[in-house]
Design a protein around this ligand. Structure first.
Ligand code: CU
Length: 475
């Protein structure tokens, strides 16, 4: 903010005087600016006190936290909101009708809340599922909050660096010992018991005289314990996440009677399963929406082996992440045997002892999860040494997930249910939204082998492991 003298005309005394006056004015403005800034930082609690000071609070949004010293005395409050995360977020205070609108990663906006009375105001990110994943906080306005130091409160790196001079308070600094303690404790909690198990086999309710298998599915909102003590309002089929597992034989004719107990219209799309056009479940194109309280029956015959998944197409961005997803498979899971892959001889007698659906999600109220549960509530895969397992990943989330199994190479045998002519080995399998990867592996060594998504903030928080983590326990 250095005043630049206008070019080459300083010889005139009149000009020089003008320059001095300008300098003086700039100085005054600077002092006024400093007073304003100080007033802002200290909540008007300094001796400058007077009118209109107000409180400015830096707030940092990340996955999935709202960080900041959200406390202020009654009066004007301004939030300086920065999206320090890797995806879009907003900050909304519904009580005040105030929102930042959607912020891109790295974006900062100033949100003027106006003069506030004493009270508590709920602060959330309104992106679907983010509040449920932890992006909620409370702004507390009360007498006695004067002189709050908001400067070191944000966890953003720039704030932390700038906070160096402020080290007397110690606030906002990492407590590494506590982090170590929490991390170790998070491992010890595995496997944790929670209420509800998803992926349970769906048996036909009845078999019609012509052999048609009839299944019943009810779409409804149910309490679901995602991790120990964290119960969410999940959107479900038959009250479980993932939805019931449907297995059909090649040649079967099946009817699915769908009852809609949701507050919105719905449909069911059979993703990856070959069906007639009017059974594809894409309202309003292939059918009318199934209204709340209504029932609709799908009917189709399956003529070849397929590995698919079912979910609503209508309001899919809301229904899926919140829990409406399940496996539907026709025929047997492909198994590779009696051949060589990358120089490894696969025996002729491969007989998998388990065939595991591994359904991935990363959004909505369910959040980062394996089969509808977040670590430590995820289920371990327990096998004996030497046994083979087949497993199919289904990505029903919004992001890619590189699924890394320690120790045992995964032999990818089918993609989207289609068997590969050239199966291949990988220790990390990248599964994109909508994809299915079928793998097999042999548990050749005893131990508790960790198995997790390798985007590490899908598996770990400062306070420990969570989300997309489980283990293969070989006995
Ligand atoms: Cu992931």
């Amino acid at each position: 903010m250095q005043p630049t003298p206008s070019t080459g005309e300083q010889r005139s005394w009149a000009k020089a005087t003008g320059f001095l006056v300008a300098l003086y004015l700039v100085g005054l403005a600077l002092i006024a600016g400093i007073v304003l800034v100080a007033g802002g930082k200290d909540g008007g609690g300094g001796s400058a006190g007077g009118s209109g000071g107000g409180t400015t609070i830096p707030v940092s949004l990340t996955e999935f936290k709202i960080d900041g010293q959200l406390m202020a005395p009654p009066g004007a409050v301004t939030l300086e909101v920065t999206n320090d995360g890797t995806m879009q977020h907003d900050l909304t205070i519904a009580d005040l009708g105030k929102t930042t609108g959607m912020l891109q990663p790295g974006e900062t906006v100033t949100l003027d809340l106006g003069p506030l009375d004493a009270g508590k105001y709920g602060v959330v990110c309104t992106v679907a599922g983010h509040e449920g994943s932890g992006m909620k906080a409370t702004l507390e306005v009360a007498e006695g909050m004067e002189g709050m130091d908001h400067s070191g409160s944000s966890s953003s790196s720039s704030q932390a660096a700038a906070g160096g001079q402020d080290s007397t308070s110690g606030e906002g600094e990492m407590d590494y010992a506590k982090m170590d303690e929490d991390m170790i404790a998070s491992f010890k909690a595995f496997p944790a018991k929670t209420k509800g198990v998803g992926n349970q086999p769906l048996d036909p309710t009845l078999v019609l005289p012509d052999g048609t298998k009839q299944f019943n599915l009810t779409a409804k909102i149910t309490d679901w314990e995602v991790e120990p003590g964290k119960v969410v309002k999940a959107w479900t089929y038959n009250g479980m996440v993932p939805a019931p597992r449907i297995r059909l034989n090649v040649g079967d004719t099946a009817e699915f009677v769908i009852k809609n107990e949701l507050p919105v219209n719905t449909d069911v799309h059979w993703h990856g399963i070959t069906v007639p056009f009017d059974q594809d479940g894409v309202a309003p194109i292939t059918q009318d929406p199934i209204k709340p309280g209504e029932t609709f029956t799908y009917r189709f015959t399956v003529n070849k082996p397929e590995i698919g998944m079912y979910h609503p197409h209508l309001h899919g961005q809301m229904g899926l992440p919140n829990g409406m997803f399940g496996e539907i498979q026709v025929g047997d899971t492909p198994v590779v045997s009696n051949r060589t892959v990358s120089g490894v001889q696969i025996p002729a007698d491969v007989k998998p002892v388990q065939d595991i659906p591994m359904i991935l999600n990363d959004a909505g109220v369910i959040g980062f999860s394996l089969n509808g549960k977040s670590f430590p509530a995820t289920e371990p895969i327990v096998v004996k040494e030497g046994e083979w397992v087949t497993m199919t990943y289904f990505n029903e989330g919004f992001q890619v997930h590189p699924m890394h199994l320690h120790q045992f190479p995964q032999l990818i045998t089918a993609v989207d249910g289609i068997p590969l002519d050239q199966p291949y080995y990988a220790d990390t399998v990248l599964v994109g939204p909508g994809q299915r990867f079928t793998v097999q592996f042999q548990a050749t060594a005893k131990g508790t082998w960790v198995f997790h998504c390798h985007i590490l903030n899908h598996a770990e928080r400062e306070d420990g492991m969570f989300g997309m983590v489980t283990a293969v326990v070989v006995q």
